[in-house]
Design a binder for this molecule. Sequence first.
Ligand SMILES: Cc1cc2nc3c(=O)[nH]c(=O)nc-3n(C[C@H](O)[C@H](O)[C@H](O)COP(=O)(O)OP(=O)(O)OC[C@H]3O[C@@H](n4cnc5c(N)ncnc54)[C@H](O)[C@@H]3O)c2cc1C
Length: 395
Amino acid sequence: MPDLVVIGGGVVGLALADAWLARSPGDDVVVYDKEPHVAAHASGRNSGVLHAGFYYAPDSLKAQLTRRGNQMLREFCHEHDVPIRETGKVVVTTSAEQIPALETLVERGHANGVEVEVIDEQQLAELEPLARTVDKALWSPNTAVAGSVAVVEALAQRVRDRGGRVVLGSEVTGAGPGWVMSVGDGRVSAGHIINAAGLYADTVAHWFGFGLQYRMLPFKGLYWYGNWEPGRLQRHVYPVPDARNPFLGVHLTVTVDGRAKIGPTAIPALWREDYGGVDGLKASEVWDVVRSYPRFLTSKHHDVPGLIRGELPKYSRSYLVNQASALVPSVTPADFAERGKPGVRAQLLHVPSGKLEMDFVVEGDEQSTHMLNAVSPAWTSSLAVAEHVIDQIRG
Ligand SMILES: Cc1cc2nc3c(=O)[nH]c(=O)nc-3n(C[C@H](O)[C@H](O)[C@H](O)COP(=O)(O)OP(=O)(O)OC[C@H]3O[C@@H](n4cnc5c(N)ncnc54)[C@H](O)[C@@H]3O)c2cc1C
């Protein structure tokens, strides 16, 4: 009987399997993923940004775990020859009214032990000549970028090297305390079960009686690549986020090979793996999402009409690129015309309150643990999240 079964071979599930094996070498650990390769969903469809950890409320798990996760992932990349690019990041303002919010980010950074500083327009011009700001900007030297798929593949390899089994193409079709039913292995008993099923984490948690007040709301992230020569944009360039919503706003990132990329959006998606077209459309999921919207639309916690009004036009490439040109005036729709691989954010909605959960949400007992809201920056934080969660499980 496996000591641990993990449902979901994204970065979070693999990091948890890896941390368990680091702590208990020789244990029988199995990871099931329904896809034929790792990183098929969010973990391989993101921006690959190693966030520094300055956005998050100081009492949150995100604040506790992102700075350490950033260091751990950076070391992991160096140890496993996964390329990483030390870009740093600037957060710029588009009006003087945003300066107090920028200063709040700097205070949060300091409270979270993250190196950030306020810079002026002249310093911004030296760090990133293409970016524009109104008076002040924020500089984060520890933000970086790595290849998201490369990280997950290297992590899967480390799990195997530590004696774990990563079983691909093996959907878990049912589970409960002490047992898991998968396509690959049929019904197996397990000492402990971790649910790291990303977009399906709520469904799996409900099988165990956890997370019953939550539903997943999917948000689609579209990207457009620029045709600029690598290295023309040197730093990630972000706007000041709207504190009422859990998304960071349209930004420009540099890929690990130096390309400039605009996105991701946070457009409401109609089903969980809604990457475009009708591939994988599941009518029951559309119904579930549509049913959740009235609660969300009337939420007093977020500016939902504003979010929807702001996001839906971003289906238009020229609209999106024009938004990004407020941060980097030289971007043009003609230059940013290559579509990137879209991703879908698994964003947890607390149904009774209509609140989108901003922090990581973990529930469980002695028999199972549920990673219910592994939202951004869970890719950055994954190794630290895993260390923290395994410590909680093993005591
Ligand atoms: C557009 C976008 C941009 C982002 N940018 C960043 C960024 O720059 N930096 C950052 O730190 N974070 C970023 N994030 C967040 C980050 O990608 C996620 O927090 C992280 O990847 C979550 O990992 P996960 O393992 O929980 O989910 P996933 O990668 O989705 O993995 C879940 C896995 O579970 C499997 N699964 C589901 N159901 C079953 C089942 N029944 N049986 C077996 N397997 C199952 C799926 O196939 C999948 O492989 C971004 C996310 C998105 C969508």
